[in-house]
Structure formats: C-alpha cells, structure tokens
Write a protein that binds this ligand. Structure first.
Ligand code: E4P
Length: 218
C-alpha cells in the first residue's frame, strides 16, 4: 500500500519525504486555503513546489469547476504544471463525463468525494486512475468507512477494474491499518497518523533496557 500525505503544508511534506515512506500527496481546496495560498499563479506555483519535493510521487490537484467544459479546461491547465500532477475531479455527473474525457486524452484523474460502491463503479468506468472514498467522514456519520474500502476492493477485483483505491479522510493510525487489511492501494493521511504507526510502549521499554544493558559492555 502506498502512503500519500494529505496536506498542502510544505514543511510536513518535506518531513514525510525525508522520513522515506512518502509516495505522493493529495490536496483539496480546503487544505490549500489553510496554507493561505491566494490566486491562480500562487496555487500553481505551490503545486509545482510540491512536485519538486516529492520527485517520483503523484500529486493530486483539485478542480473547482463543476461543469464539463470548465472541469476540462481547468484540468488541462493543472496537468500542464508537472507530469506528476493527477487531476482531482468530484463525483458529479459532469465530473464523470470529464474523467472519461481526461482518460481518453492521457490525463490521469483522482475521483474525489466518493461515499458509495456505486460511485466507485462509475469512477472506474470513467477510467479514473484513483478513486477516493472518504472513510473518516463516513465514520463521522455513524457508518464504518473501512467496510466501504473492502466492498470496493472486492468489486474491483471481481470486475478487473484497474482504478486504484485511495483511502482518504484518514483520521488515525488504526484507519491506516484497517485500510491495508481491506485492500486499499493507497492511503492518504495526515502526518500525525503516519507517525502514530511508530508508537508502541513495549518498543520504548525494550529500547531503554537494551541501551541500559549496552552500557555494561561499552
Ligand atoms: C483527500 O483526498 C481528501 O480531500 C481528504 O482526505 C479529506 O479529508 P477530511 O475528511 O479530513 O477533510
């Protein structure tokens, strides 16, 4: 399973990249706004900087148009920023139509705001490179988001769909573990959730004892 970082924060992207386990980055308009980036030129330059930090990873850049012509025009501009850009398109009727256009024209897409297996089937039919089920937001509304990952994984395997399942809206380390277990191809996570995988009290206790014993022979 690949690890993407779910942020537009450059310091966190550099930290995860240096950690050595980073395979890509996802952003969305809320994450870009959080970094205080304003204006198309600044937004495009920010995407380019992210691509230059994560040299070999896919970087999702989201369109904000909601009609077919607007999504295609915006997606073409985003894709032209860098070869690693993946155009993130919402799961709406014009979005599906645009994803089919992008896939026919060699532009990779990430279908976002996916909350059901039916939507995941449509994304795969439209030729999306990635489908992004939002598991945290599903959990927030009293359902089990990881069950959706398992269902989509089963459907894609049975049907031979090549779209990769990109589990999004991750809230904690357990989400990452469950997504790996349920067959996600990618998990896009906040840095804290990735670093949370490191933690185990027995590791800390064991290391302290080893270091104490090492003093006896050093
Ligand atoms: C990433 O692709 C999604 O936009 C993101 O994971 C949504 O996360 P949130 O539910 O924490 O906003």
């Amino acid at each position: 399973m690949k690890f993407f970082l779910d942020t537009a924060n450059l310091a966190q992207i550099k930290e995860a990249n240096d950690f050595g386990v980073l395979d890509g980055v996802t952003t969305n308009p809320s994450l870009m706004a959080k970094e205080g980036i304003k204006g198309q030129e600044a937004v495009f330059s920010h995407y380019k900087t992210i691509c230059e930090i994560v040299k070999n990873g896919d970087i999702s850049a989201e369109v904000v148009s909601t009609d077919f012509d607007g999504i295609v025009a915006e997606g073409k501009k985003l894709a032209a920023i860098h070869p690693n850009i993946v155009v993130k398109v919402p799961m709406i009727k014009d979005g599906v139509k645009a994803m089919k256009w992008f896939s026919d024209n060699g532009i990779r897409t990430n279908c976002t705001l996916v909350f059901s297996a039916g939507q995941a089937i449509l994304a795969a039919k439209a030729g999306a490179k990635y489908v992004s089920p939002f598991i945290g937001r599903i959990d927030d509304s009293g359902w089990d988001g990881t069950q959706l990952i398992e269902q989509i994984s089963r459907i894609y395997t049975i049907q031979g769909f090549e779209t990769e399942i990109l589990a999004a809206s991750i809230r904690n380390p357990l989400h990452i573990i469950k997504c790996a277990e349920m067959g996600a191809d990618v998990c896009t996570c906040p840095l804290d959730s990735i670093l949370g995988l490191l933690k185990h009290p027995l590791t800390d206790i064991g290391l302290a004892k080893f270091l104490e014993d090492a003093k006896k022979f050093s």
